[in-house]
Design a protein around this ligand. Structure first.
Ligand code: SF4
Length: 113
């Protein structure tokens, strides 16, 4: 059975998103913002332990780029969303909205734009 996102937005509301340094650069450029301004506005800091830039508090949700259109979740930065968002839910993970476990090899429908 294929997985189809219902756009409930639970993943964007409930899971802290780990951002890679590349994610941060891509989204800042997409928003036409200077990197320092972007980091300050969205509360990022350098994580000296992982070597990556991550959200200041990965537990803070919802994601600031989540919005709703007629009760359906929409990602405001969909074309450049972080890599974890692109792959969610991955094999072996459970979709928080549908509580459906994704099996290896299942196709995911892209409906978040
Ligand atoms: S970046 Fe977009 S897809 Fe990722 S958590 Fe935020 S709203 Fe959801």
């Amino acid at each position: 059975m294929d997985f189809s996102c219902q756009r409930c937005g639970k993943c964007c509301r409930e899971i802290g998103i780990p951002w890679s340094e590349l994610d941060v650069h891509l989204v800042a450029a997409h928003l036409n913002m200077h990197l320092d301004d972007f980091l300050k506005l969205y509360g990022f800091q350098d994580n000296v332990y992982s070597g990556e830039i991550e959200h200041m508090d990965p537990g803070v949700t919802p994601c600031p780029f989540l919005k709703y259109d007629r009760e359906k979740a929409v990602c405001k930065i969909y074309p450049v969303r972080p890599w974890v968002c692109r792959g969610y839910p991955g094999p072996g993970m459970v979709c928080r909205g549908g509580q459906k476990k994704i099996e290896a090899g299942e196709q995911r429908e892209e409906v978040y734009s």
